[in-house]
Design a protein around this ligand. Structure first.
Ligand code: PHE
Length: 334
């Protein structure tokens, strides 16, 4: 055995035992094009021909060792971060922030619970509606001036496909499919082409109610609203103002006293001490006719309320836009 063999074996030992601080320096030192293994290979010419095979095998074994140690070092470095420092497994983990339920959802659920106690079940309809369910069946034929009351977003104006402007559309679907007595609320999102302000948004939420049975009267409607106000606000200080809706007759606007300013006058109640939270009335016989419900055997009442308005009153919020901005500082308070 000549000295070159001994050198090669010494190199092999060195590679096996090397403490690797940096994988890349190790690679350059041993496996690089000017590295120690390459230069040892070039000593092949000094080896006697009959020993060349054995030397070649040894050199290959050295290369394999170096490569596997390099892989191992690279893996460790990737795992422990730059510089080859080991990870400290005792450091505390990163805490994840938990979300909260959106105040609109919370308010919606409370409203559903209150009406559930009165026996109302839930029905939902599509947000993209057709003209029939959103307007025509609700006694708003094609050229009815009251269509302008609700600025409508059309998805396809030729086919009369639109974003529903109220969840009353879903109530038509219920009346088409069910026989009286019917007692449903329809919670959901609605859309109107309105300028966004502290009091209005182009997408908002409603809970609308419908009760159809024999001998339903305006007094039943009033009692239902009193009960709701008492449960929701802890006060039944409400008033009904005569109004007009094509689908109810008589119709009224529902106001509650302004809990934001305690009736002293503020921007939300525009100084009046009252805030409008929705509309209501006795279902117009024309609507019952369009869904084939016998009248006057059956009569009914309907109401519709905006969830944002109610959430504002409950929590004393004076700008409706806050609900849509997803600012964590706001949402975390609920
Ligand atoms: N659908 C009406 C609206 O969104 C509210 C309403 C419902 C009025 C039921 C009367 C009866 O404006």
């Amino acid at each position: 055995m000549n000295a070159v063999f001994h050198q090669a074996e010494a190199l092999h030992e060195k590679i096996k035992n090397e403490i690797i601080h940096d994988a890349e320096s190790f690679r350059i030192q041993y496996l690089g094009s000017k590295g120690e293994i390459k230069s040892m290979f070039s000593a092949m010419k000094d080896i006697e021909p009959k020993e060349r095979k054995a030397f070649g095998q040894l050199m290959n074994a050295i290369k394999v060792t170096a490569e596997s140690r390099l892989k191992e070092a690279q893996g460790e470095q990737q795992f422990s971060g730059k510089g080859g420092q080991k990870r400290d497994y005792t450091t505390p983990g990163i805490a994840h922030k938990f979300g909260t339920r959106h105040p609109i959802e919370q308010t919606k659920d409370r409203m559903i619970d209150i009406f559930a106690k009165l026996g109302f079940s839930i029905a939902e309809g599509p947000e993209i509606e057709d003209d029939w369910h959103n307007f025509t069946a609700l006694n708003l034929p094609q050229d009815h001036p009251a269509r302008d009351m609700q600025d409508t977003f059309y998805v396809d104006s030729k086919a009369n496909i639109l974003l529903r402007t109220h969840t009353s559309a879903a109530q038509i679907r219920v009346m088409e499919n069910e026989k009286p007595p019917i007692r449903v609320i329809t919670p959901g999102r609605v859309f109107r082409n309105e300028t966004i302000s502290a009091r209005a948004h182009c997408a908002f939420h409603q809970v609308e109610g419908l009760y159809i049975a024999e001998k339903v009267s305006f007094a039943d409607l009033k009692q239902t609203l009193y009960y709701f106000a008492k449960e929701m606000f802890g006060s039944d200080n409400i008033r009904l103002r005569p109004s007009y809706f094509p689908f109810t007759e008589p119709s009224a606007e529902l106001d509650v006293s302004c809990f934001i300013c305690d009736v002293k006058g503020c921007p939300v109640c525009k100084g009046s001490g009252w805030v409008e939270i929705g509309g209501c009335g006795m279902v117009d016989p024309e609507v019952l006719k369009s869904v084939n419900i016998e009248h006057p055997k059956y009569t009914g009442f309907a109401f519709g309320m905006g969830i944002e308005r109610i959430a504002m009153l409950v929590h004393g919020i004076d700008d409706l836009r806050l609900f849509f901005e997803n600012d964590q500082r706001f949402l975390q308070q609920f």
